[in-house]
Design a binder for this molecule. Structure first.
Ligand SMILES: Cc1cc2nc3c(=O)[nH]c(=O)nc-3n(C[C@H](O)[C@H](O)[C@H](O)COP(=O)(O)OP(=O)(O)OC[C@H]3O[C@@H](n4cnc5c(N)ncnc54)[C@H](O)[C@@H]3O)c2cc1C
Length: 289
């Protein structure tokens, strides 16, 4: 199919983009990498009258570590650029790993980090990584700029805290403790497919007692929004991250996750897969601590 007709505007300032989105006369939609939106236009699942291309706005094109040590990624930054960035790979390796699980190189060369977060497919990697890393989302619109925590950003399938007249201008990742262990793992039918289920794990080692000081476990594809599982984290904290602790965490995932059936997998398959992935990811994360 072909999309319905639309105007294409590529503003060079954020102010112009906000004005276009706030125009009540015509329905406008942000386009960033176009890797999700263009297929939706072609299938006529979206019919905006105006596409606002935000990738030519210089103030949205940055990726840097600020004076507080936080990583800031602007809305025009492509996924491939973020994954290759040396500061990301050093300080936020979980994020780089999550990006590398997205589709294929062609997708990552065009798709943006913020586009994936704003689109919020429940099977996507970046929302789970963002929740695990306590990301904050900077949203700008006609009423000004506000910042939303990851726990409040993802509302439902394909729905976030960003209103239709706003855009996500930046995502901010606070610093991680040096030497933390990390792993991102997922279950897919074929390499490059959207995942059936995925998991992000962060572990901190108490070097004195050689036990887990802190743990973070977040699943993708297990619910309409990324799911943090405190019961699995509690099974790991204070343990030696050994077989028994990993089995307890997996048990917590089996008991705590309530995925649904769809054409890709049954709920039971997803739950079992999630538990299995968690064991594997904990092993990898602990080795990296
Ligand atoms: C073949 C294929 C395989 C893929 N596989 C995966 C995969 O395995 N995992 C995965 O996570 N993704 C996958 N994707 C999707 C890809 O990651 C997209 O790049 C991403 O979902 C959207 O980013 P984008 O920059 O392309 O956004 P666009 O397609 O331009 O926009 C997507 C939606 O988000 C909105 N939007 C974009 N940027 C902003 C912003 N800054 N503020 C507000 N709204 C905004 C748009 O209005 C639109 O509604 C795949 C895509 C394809 C075509």
């Amino acid at each position: 199919m072909k999309p319905t007709s639309f105007d294409y505007i590529a503003p060079s300032t954020l102010g112009e983009a906000v004005a276009l989105l706030a125009d009540e006369e015509r329905e406008a939609k942000v386009v960033a990498g176009g890797q999700s939106l263009i297929p939706m236009l072609n299938m006529r699942l979206a019919r905006p009258e105006v596409l606002v291309d935000i990738t030519r706005i210089p103030e949205l094109g940055g990726i840097h570590v600020d004076e507080t040590g936080s990583l800031r990624i602007g809305a025009a930054v492509r996924q491939a650029r973020a994954a290759a960035d040396i500061a990301v790979r050093d300080g936020w390796p979980l994020l780089a790993a999550a990006v590398e699980h997205i589709g294929h190189p062609q997708i990552r060369n065009r798709g943006t980090v913020c586009g994936s977060l704003a689109h919020h497919d429940p099977a996507a990697e970046l929302p789970a990584a963002a929740l695990a890393l306590d990301a904050r989302f900077v949203i700008t619109g006609p009423r000004g700029t506000r910042t939303v925590d990851a726990g409040d950003f993802f509302v439902a399938t394909f729905s976030t805290a960003v209103e239709t007249d706003e855009l996500l201008t930046e995502v901010v990742f606070p610093p991680r403790p040096a030497g933390h262990g990390w792993a991102f793992d997922e279950l897919t039918r074929r390499h490059g497919d959207f995942a059936t289920v995925g998991v992000a794990v962060l572990l901190e080692r108490d070097t004195g007692s050689d036990t887990v000081r802190d743990a973070r476990v977040v699943f993708s594809g297990a619910a309409p929004v990324p799911v943090r599982l405190p019961s699995a984290e509690a099974a790991l904290v204070g343990s030696d991250a050994g077989e028994q602790a990993r089995a307890a965490a997996a048990g917590a995932a089996l008991a705590g996750l309530s995925p649904s059936d769809d054409i890709h997998a049954t709920a039971e398959y997803r739950r079992e897969g999630a538990a299995h992935l968690l064991v594997r990811a904990c092993t990898t994360a602990w080795e990296r601590c």
